[in-house]
Design a binder for this molecule. Structure first.
Ligand code: PSU
Ligand code: MN
Length: 300
């Protein structure tokens, strides 16, 4: 595809059929403050390399979908003014105007699928927002995952969402959901939503992706990994904070694509930074598990 521009490392990994893990960039530009975001992005790449896979952070730059970024390009995403949160509808516009764009789960999944990269690690998926009947706010992440043959590893969906409705919609779209070594769906900042899911190990999940190669199914599978115990937050406590932040968003008429960055920043302030710590911890852990599955997938 003409719009894709690969780093040498990712191009070589694709040619040699090495395990690769895609990474999104909205989490860098809009999801975390500077400089923690840059530190997180480089550590996550390092973790993937340590597991024997190649990281491919994705962003829009200079009229191309760049797959594999240099440290300077990651710094640019974190510091440049006016980086556009690029969901799938925004992609043609951002490319045409040569703006710098940070890719959401939707756009990263699309790019990974186009590139033939099968694994993608992130923090939390977008989904069905609370009060959906009033705002009809449903992330394009979901509908895009229904069209991308990838395995996306996250700590669940964003805690600010209506989690049961998001899982219902994933089912409708044909996206299978597995808990990583757990039969309860995790809740991003907290470990257990109480919602039952089938459990999978590294080997089982790699096998599922291998079988999927023989089916002409285009949907993603989603692997949900609980946040590591030492950084997990108390469910009741974080729910209370999220509820407060949602009220403030409503009062300030924040909506559309701005709602997630607004809420994440509020939640960070209200938890004295603990939510950021949990967020960084879970992203690193998800990258490790995604790399392990990607490596196993490439083994005979
Ligand atoms: N979850 C987080 N931090 C984030 C996001 C999700 O904890 O920054 C980003 C992801 O890029 C996700 C996007 O794809 O928010 C979803 O945004 P929306 O709901 O506007 O589609
Ligand atoms: Mn939305």
């Amino acid at each position: 595809m003409l719009m894709l521009k690969f780093s040498d490392e990712v191009r070589e990994a694709l040619d040699q059929k090495k395990p690769i893990v895609a990474l999104e960039s909205t989490i860098i530009s809009h999801g975390m403050p500077y400089p923690e975001n840059v530190e997180m992005a480089s550590t996550v790449e390092e973790i993937i390399r340590q597991e024997g896979a190649v990281p491919a952070t994705i962003a829009i730059m200079d009229g191309f979908i760049k797959i594999g970024l240099t440290p300077e390009e990651i710094e640019r995403l974190a510091t440049e003014k006016g980086v556009v949160k690029t969901s799938i509808r925004d992609l043609p516009g951002v490319l045409a105007s040569k703006q710098t764009g940070a890719t959401t789960v939707a756009t990263t999944s699309y790019a990974a699928n186009e590139a033939g990269i099968r694994f993608f690690a992130t923090g939390g998926l977008g989904g069905v927002h609370r009060n959906v009947a009033e705002h009809l706010d449903i992330s394009a992440d979901l509908i895009t995952l229904a069209k991308c043959n990838i395995c996306i590893v996250s700590a669940g969906v964003k805690s600010i969402l209506d989690i049961p409705k998001t899982l219902e919609l994933l089912e409708t779209l044909g996206v299978a959901v597995y808990g990583f070594e757990t039969d309860r769906y995790p809740g991003f900042y907290f470990q257990d939503t109480g919602i039952p899911v089938p459990s999978g190990s590294v080997q089982q999940l790699a096998n599922i992706m291998k079988v999927k190669e023989h089916l002409s199914l285009e949907q993603a599978i989603h692997v949900a990994v609980p946040v590591p115990t030492e950084d997990a937050m108390d469910k009741q406590f974080i729910q209370g904070i999220i509820d407060e932040a949602l009220v403030e968003a409503d009062e300030q008429h924040v909506s559309g694509k701005d709602i997630t960055p607004f809420l994440l920043a509020k939640i960070k302030d209200k938890t004295g930074g603990d939510s950021l710590k949990a967020n960084i911890s879970l992203v690193k852990n998800n990258a490790k598990i995604a790399a392990q599955i990607a490596v196993r997938y490439r083994q005979p």
